[in-house]
Design a protein around this ligand. Structure first.
Ligand SMILES: [Fe+2]
Ligand SMILES: [Fe+2]
Length: 482
């Protein structure tokens, strides 16, 4: 199979992996399909399964033009298996097997570790669809409604991507894992999703945009490091997922950017100078900047937890085994084995936050998280520019990594957003200044009204600068069922 650029749409499951010739895997996927559709219909977007949505579908893996746009009913979306083209002569870029040819089959000794990496990644994909299933009802415009549905169908496709790897390379265990990916439910007491942030609610659009900015960005970092994998099919899968993932982060970044812009414009029009005059700003039907800072604090800290413990032998093992690399591994200039180097890690030492040198191998999670933080900061800088241009005096900031953590070094302490350790009494007294309170949530909720007239937007969010697929401002991105 050398023609992997174009996707075969003649089969029930579109793919560029030669499924027609791979009867056993095709059969496994076909028997998984009905359960997936059931899951989509019961756990996917509520109330819009009959709507015609202007969606992009991957028709190729050529970076120059891989998608086509058209109206689709979501349950009819062509979820396919798409891998980036095989790189001729690719060598393992890191770890114990550095320089060896990449693996096309799972190395027996790493089977369990690899399966776990795939399952954890796979579990996040349907989880976010479940978390976002009620958002259509309160979409601030048809444009935004289409965006959440686009993200949802692609997260569905990412689940297919991981299920393909499981079914093709992990035999019976893989098929069982694929079943269980359809059984767990976000936030369920008995069968929750595997990671904390994916069991939190996404109750409103500000949460959704924060989620796609911060949590999808964790996804990007995880995919980036799996894209380095010595197990080539996983690498190729993740490389293609990253092209879709970019849109999810665009939705988050521009969603927050437009919200900020609307708030600042409304403040200016009303002559409100002080961003902390929350009551007055809220009266304008927009979301005050301090509340946005609190939401940011929440979503950033939840997303940091997804990177796991700062110092981790699991992460070291996965790197050593050449299964999961670092962000942009191939561009880094070092020995790619990390046997003798160290990496600075923030730790709790005698009740104080200190920077400590740790063996670089065990600090792999910390390093990926630092790369993530830098990536987040660049987004914040762009948001702060939006504020600056309007002349409002306010700056969004990432909270300290010790703030509001449930995993890692700082899970047992309380810290302020600026990283000052405080006792439980102080935390309880002040936490509503740092994290969204019930009141804040109620206020945001009060703004969440569905707007479905083409070209119109809810009071709290500015229109986008350009349409999807260059469509005009009043384009009907979703045709609601009669
Ligand atoms: Fe995804
Ligand atoms: Fe995503």
């Amino acid at each position: 199979m050398s023609d992997v650029i174009n996707v075969d749409y003649s089969t029930k499951i579109p793919n560029n992996v030669g499924l027609t010739e791979d009867r056993q895997v095709l059969r496994a996927l076909e028997s998984w399909h009905p359960g997936y559709i059931d899951w989509w219909k019961t756990m996917g977007p509520v109330g819009f399964q009959e709507a015609l949505v202007y969606l992009r579908t991957a028709v190729s893996v050529d970076p120059k033009g891989w998608a086509k746009f058209d109206y689709v009913k979501m349950p009819d979306y062509r979820w396919g298996i798409l891998l980036a083209p095989q790189e001729e002569g690719r060598k393992i870029p890191f770890g114990r097997h550095l320089g060896e040819p990449v693996w096309q089959e799972v190395p027996g000794e790493y089977r369990a570790m690899l399966r776990r990496l795939v399952v954890i990644q796979g579990d996040t994909e349907p989880a976010s669809v479940e978390q976002q299933r009620h958002l259509g009802k309160t979409a601030p415009s048809l444009y935004d409604m289409r965006n959440v549905f686009q993200v949802n169908v692609e997260e569905g496709r990412h689940l297919w991507a991981m299920v393909y790897i499981l079914q093709k390379y992990f035999g019976r265990d893989g098929r069982e894992e694929a079943e269980e990916l359809l059984q767990r439910r976000s936030g369920d007491a008995d069968k929750p999703r595997m990671l904390g942030a994916f069991n939190e609610a996404t109750p409103d659009w500000l949460s959704f945009h924060m989620f796609t900015f911060f949590t999808d960005r964790d996804g990007k970092m995880q995919l980036e490091s799996l894209a380095q994998s010595g197990f080539d099919p996983l690498s190729r899968t993740c490389r293609f997922m990253l092209t879709e993932e970019a849109h999810h982060m665009f939705v988050g970044e521009t969603g927050i950017g437009r919200t900020i812009q609307r708030t600042c414009e409304a403040m200016k029009e009303a002559g409100i100078e002080d961003p902390s005059d929350v009551g007055k700003v809220r009266d304008l039907g927009v979301i005050d900047l301090p509340t946005m800072q609190k939401k940011l604090n929440l979503h950033y800290s939840l997303s940091l937890d997804l990177f796991g413990s700062e110092v981790s032998t699991n992460a070291a093992n996965a790197f050593n085994a050449s299964l999961k690399g670092r962000f942009q591994e191939v561009k880094l200039e070092d020995d790619h084995k990390l046997e003798h180097s160290t990496y600075p890690v923030l730790k709790l030492v005698d009740g104080e936050i200190k920077r400590v040198e740790e063996p670089a191998l065990t600090a792999i999670n910390m390093r990926l998280r630092d790369d993530y933080t830098a990536d987040c900061q660049r987004g914040l800088d762009r948001w702060n520019k939006v504020i600056e241009r309007t002349g409002v005096q306010f700056k969004l900031q990432l909270p300290h990594v010790a703030f509001h953590r449930a995993i890692g070094e700082f899970r047992d302490v309380e810290a302020t957003p600026s990283g000052e350790l405080v006792d439980a009494a102080a935390w309880n007294r002040d936490k509503d200044r740092w994290l969204p309170s019930t009141d804040d949530g109620d206020f945001i909720q009060s703004l969440m009204r569905q707007v479905i007239e083409p070209g119109k937007f809810a009071s709290w969010i500015a229109p986008p600068r350009v349409g999807i697929d260059n469509k005009p401002g009043d384009f009907e991105y979703v045709k609601l069922a009669a």
